[in-house]
Design a protein around this ligand. Structure first.
Ligand code: DX5
Ligand code: ZN
Length: 234
């Protein structure tokens, strides 16, 4: 865990009510979410289809929150300009489908967006290590990408800790985003392992999102800054 880092909570819109996305965004803001995680799926890299730049453009005018677009696409470089134009703020791509990762990350940054690298649950961390100089955040998948509502893969906790240790040895405090299967019962250990951004869909959108995000906020703060509340408020 990087001492003093803030922890961001990112509701994953895949679990939202797509018939009321504007209202769902407003609820995320009311709840105090930090980012909106937008899952983009093409039916090729992952066996599911979701949304594209037109939806991101429509959502853009309904929220001030940064939009974190997770591109689960083959050839993501073909679509990055359109997502940037539509209003994405953070754009992450999977190493598994980027033949020219350095060029793709450079493209995202050239458009003024934060560039993220995503690794599936068993993709070697060395792919992240090599990308660190060219990206702004690293996403570790804690489920197999393609669907919300899946079980968290516990082995990913070790990966989070190893990546955080690597970054600290490099003297870097880069964000580690963890995505998939995160709920009130495991978000604390995800943060303690070294995550600084927690993505959650089902656990936040099912039930009352405002109270769910507030529960997450309490849990991540307690995990990032352990000990009785008054011990670190001095
Ligand atoms: C999976 C997506 C995740 C997922 C999160 O491919 O990248 O963002 O939808 O949803 P939950 O929290 O329900 O696993
Ligand atoms: Zn995602």
């Amino acid at each position: 865990m990087t001492a003093g880092s803030t922890i961001r909570i990112a509701p994953s819109l895949i679990a939202a009510d797509f018939a009321r996305l504007g209202a769902e965004l407003a609820a995320c803001e009311r709840a105090g979410a930090d980012l909106l995680h937008v899952d983009v799926m093409d039916g090729h890299f992952v066996p599911n289809l979701t949304l594209g730049p037109p939806v991101v453009k429509a959502l853009r005018s309904h929220t001030r929150l940064p939009m974190d677009c997770h591109l689960m696409l083959v050839e993501p470089e073909r679509y990055i300009p359109a997502f940037a134009e539509a209003g994405a703020d953070w754009i992450s791509v999977h190493v598994e489908v980027c033949w020219h990762l350095h060029r793709t990350l450079t493209l995202i940054r050239s458009l003024g967006k934060r560039a993220g690298v995503v690794l599936n649950p068993t993709t070697p961390l060395t792919y992240a290590y090599e990308a660190v100089p060219y990206c702004d955040f690293i996403v570790l998948m804690s489920v197999n990408p393609g669907f919300g509502g899946q079980e968290f893969i516990p082995g990913v906790l070790r990966r989070i800790a190893e990546l955080r240790d690597f970054l600290e040895r490099q003297g870097m405090s880069m964000d580690i985003e963890v995505d998939g299967g995160i709920h009130a019962g495991n978000v604390g250990e995800v943060v303690r392992a070294g995550a600084t951004i927690v993505v959650s869909g089902s656990a936040l959108f099912h039930g009352d999102i405002v109270s769910n995000v507030r529960t997450f906020r309490h849990l991540v703060t307690e995990s990032a800054f352990p000990g009785p509340a008054d011990s670190w408020s001095r």
